[in-house]
Design a protein around this ligand. Structure first.
Ligand code: GLN
Length: 535
């Protein structure tokens, strides 16, 4: 029998449901189970692709080109579970499906309702993943907070599945906050209320994950257990961790959460092999050196906008036994009159320009790229960051002051970055970029090829603009290195500067495939270059 774990959240948002679900996934994999991860987002957007990173954080892209919530990135970092379009459900998708079916007359004249039609569509999507062959366990995270109007159909679908499959096959894990009031006392009331709300929709949680600043003592956990009908062993303290969120699987394991859930579901498993996670935490705690990486981008106010980039940089650090100090630079600051680049970037061991959309802050990124190029600082450009390399080269090496991307200047005669051919007639902005996995052939003798140690690779894309082939001869003529192309030679996939310690700009997003236990080769190589610059 396939098993399901539903992860819900209460009291308030941003408690780390995603990390909780991911950590449970990591523990189950460490016990040899084949795990799948799913996220349900109770918003009406069909996907996260059209949402501003300011509001919603990063958009995580899958191999099959889905633009999803950033929690899927957590799943990909903590587990080996394959993540595709099927692993991300939104209210928008479900309603879209139900309404289309209604228009096609497939409900045979019946009144179409939230229960059962919308809930059935949700259940079918969950079971499509959970019932697939070679899956032992599927962990479904229900976004939002219990008590929100938006999550009601999803909680109802979860309730029905728990009822239909039986409580030994589908369990509920609820994440809540235990706040501290002045005087340091921990307050359990919000948790009691939140569990009550979940019980009101017919779900009795099997386990509680309690977020708090400090570890919770036994008395508090016993009290919560007594008030919520949850076995004491299922009441887990998820206190803040000092060094890294990658410690959380170990925090849960030490309290027996994995054993408790498996016993609940009647699953036999091997002992947890957590060596890789312990090694990650050790490397975090005992770095042999430090490197400073300046990330120059535009969505800096919200730290989640580049979530996968931050994480991948830390993975690069773990691989090099180095602590990575991140310096977040708002590129807008670098383009002001009299901006002192040396003051901002002078002590950086490496400079990274990540992806982005829209013209704001572009000149600041160009200035940062120039600073890196002229001062021999390792440079890593991701998507927009590669396009910036092209613009910078055209402006400052070829002397075309008006060089730009067609995205930022429609009129320039030197559009060294231009709209992808397939994008010219696109009118609809949802899900229409060049999205998902694509292959690149890496040129011999380049830094990118050395990093991957392979001639051909596959990475995920999300862009409308590309390096303009019309300018290839002049750009290359002046020394710019075209380091990777699509295998048909049609699109430029990577650029490098000649005679530079380490400079790689890529049109794709390597950050989505980096894991703490297996750093992405480009992040490993970039941090290594930054560390060796430091000496
Ligand atoms: N805005 C650029 C494009 O659409 C870069 C996209 C990105 O960085 N993800 O091509």
């Amino acid at each position: 029998m396939k098993k399901l774990i539903f992860v819900t959240g209460g009291v308030c948002s941003s408690l780390g449901k995603g990390v909780t679900a991911s950590s449970i996934g990591a523990l189950m994999e460490a016990r040899g189970l084949s795990v799948r991860m799913m996220k349900i987002d109770p918003y009406l957007n069909v996907d996260a692709g059209t949402m501003s990173p300011y509001q919603h954080g990063e958009v995580y892209v899958t191999d099959d080109g889905a633009e999803t919530d950033l929690d899927l990135g957590n799943y990909a970092r903590f587990t080996n579970a394959p993540i595709t379009r099927a692993n991300s459900i939104t209210t928008g998708q479900v309603y879209d499906e139900v309404i289309r079916k209604e228009r096609e007359g497939r409900y045979l004249g019946r009144t179409v309702q939230v229960v059962p039609h919308v809930t059935d569509a949700i259940k079918a999507r969950v079971l499509a993943v959970a019932d697939s062959p070679d899956v032992d366990l599927t962990i479904v995270e229900i976004g939002g907070t219990v008590g929100d109007m938006e999550s009601i159909p999803f909680l109802e679908a979860a309730r029905q599945l728990i009822h239909e499959l039986g409580r030994q096959n589908a369990v509920s894990v609820h994440v809540t906050l235990v706040p501290t009031v002045s005087g340091g006392e921990l307050k359990t009331k919000p948790t009691q209320h939140s569990v009550k709300e979940l019980q009101e929709v017919g779900i009795q949680p099997d386990a509680l994950v309690l977020r708090s600043g400090e570890p919770m003592d036994e008395a508090i956990r016993r009290k919560i257990s007594a008030f919520t009908n949850i076995d004491f062993e299922g009441v887990i303290s998820a206190h803040d961790v000092a060094d890294t969120i990658y410690e959380i699987p170990l925090v849960f394991h030490d309290q027996g959460l994995d054993v408790f859930l498996l016993r609940r579901m009647g699953v036999e498993s091997r002992h947890a092999d957590l060596r890789a996670w312990k090694d990650v935490v050790r490397r975090f705690r005992e770095p042999k050196r430090r490197v400073r990486i300046a990330v120059v981008g535009k969505y800096m106010e919200l730290s989640d906008s580049y979530k996968s980039v931050w994480e991948a940089l830390h993975h690069g650090g773990i691989a090099n036994e180095a602590a990575v100090d991140l310096v977040r630079v708002d590129s807008g600051l670098l383009e002001k009159e009299g901006a002192d680049l040396a003051a901002v970037l002078g002590d950086a061991d490496g400079i990274l320009v990540p992806g982005g959309f829209g013209h704001r802050g572009i000149d600041g990124m160009v200035a940062a790229a120039r600073y890196a190029r002229e001062n021999g600082i390792p440079y890593f450009g991701i998507c927009l960051g590669m396009q910036i390399m092209a613009i910078e080269w055209a402006r400052n090496v070829l002397g075309w002051a008006d060089a730009n991307s067609g995205e930022f200047d429609r009129e320039t005669p030197h559009a060294v970055v231009s709209l992808l051919e397939e994008q010219v007639d696109v009118k609809n902005y949802g899900g229409t970029m060049r999205l998902g996995a694509g292959r690149s052939a890496l040129r011999e003798g380049t830094a990118i090829r050395a990093a991957y140690g392979a001639a051909e690779i596959s990475e995920r894309h999300r862009h409308r603009y590309e390096f303009a082939n019309a300018f290839r001869p002049q750009m290359e003529g002046a020394g710019l290195v075209i380091a990777a192309l699509t295998p048909d030679g049609g699109l430029v996939e990577a650029l490098e500067w000649p005679a530079h310690p380490w400079s790689v700009g890529v049109q794709f997003h390597p950050e989505f495939k980096s894991r703490p236990v297996a750093a992405h080769p480009l992040f490993r190589a970039f941090v290594e270059a930054a560390a060796s610059r430091k000496g």
